[in-house]
Design a protein around this ligand. Sequence first.
Ligand SMILES: *Cc1c(COP(=O)(O)O)cnc(C)c1O
Length: 361
Amino acid sequence: MGRNFNFSAGPAMLPAEVLERAQEEILDWRGSGMSVMEMSHRGREYMSIAGQAETDFRDILSIPDNYKVLFLQGGASSQFSMVPMNLLNRKGEAVDYLNTGAWSKKAIAEAAHYADVNVVASSESTNFSSIPAFDDWNLNSDAQYFHYTPNETIGGVEFHWTPDVGDVPMVADMSSTILSRPLDVAKYGVIYAGAQKNMGPAGLTLVIVRDDLIHEPIAGTPVMFNYVTLANSGSMYNTPPTYAWYLAGLVFQWIKEKGGLAAMAEINQRKAKKLYATIDASSFYASPVDLNCRSWMNIPFTLANPELDGEFLSRAAERGLLSLKGHRSVGGMRASIYNAMPEAGVDALIWFMQEFEKDRA
Ligand SMILES: *Cc1c(COP(=O)(O)O)cnc(C)c1O
């Protein structure tokens, strides 16, 4: 049985230990005589699985008691609509959004259906290779909330600092950075993330929301989009994504066993650093992203001669280094190296890049 190194942006690699554990338990979860997939979401066994996953998630992130955690479907993309629907009191209120890339833009476009969106700053003129200087942000202190994307998965742009927007609740799309390093949840009003990058399989979306922001949504909000309903029902207004929730729970246990987010951060930083060092040491490879905001999770890089892209990808694949093709808006390559990418995978990529450069530069 071979496990390749999969550099996909998402769905992405899961820890082998987690998949092995799921395999052991797939037919008979701990003597229940059932697969987790076959359990009633309201049964005693499944309630314990769901509860343990939430407890572990709260532990890992030290989530304060005045925050709810929702285990939802619909992806981070559904939150692009659910955040304005739930945080506004009525349609047309003012909100602030920062535009640092493709995901910010999608969130902005969706919010514009419900809110009066003020784009506080944009890095679009740099093809999203930078973060606009904080001093230049045109913040509105009366905004209902401020939204940003701490890690832009496509551009490979990551915040290594936390904005301070005063009393305005801060909302963050953390799909591709959550659990990669310690996080001070108390600084945020809402944090949301699709699971398929750093937490589990596709189909599960985590939302962390401060109690006081959970109130009646704007008129016409579908019941499945209503934070009040979802929070009051323990994310079980309807059938939740039970198996994805269980697998995310196994990932949370794996993170705890590895030493939590401080340990994740140390490994992630080391992996990213050596890959950037390889890119910077070479005139054959280049990073399009500003030095101060290079992502630890998604690392785009280009080859000096784009005509070699196809050969690079096919030779990498022969080595078991998969899904390195960059997003069409950036070109070149992108290596996504989330928590579950072993350091050995990054080492293998570096070794291959150096060999390819020797051959073809
Ligand atoms: C992948 C991603 C999304 C979209 O997530 P879905 O779960 O597919 O809706 C949104 N934002 C960011 C930052 C992402 O990386």
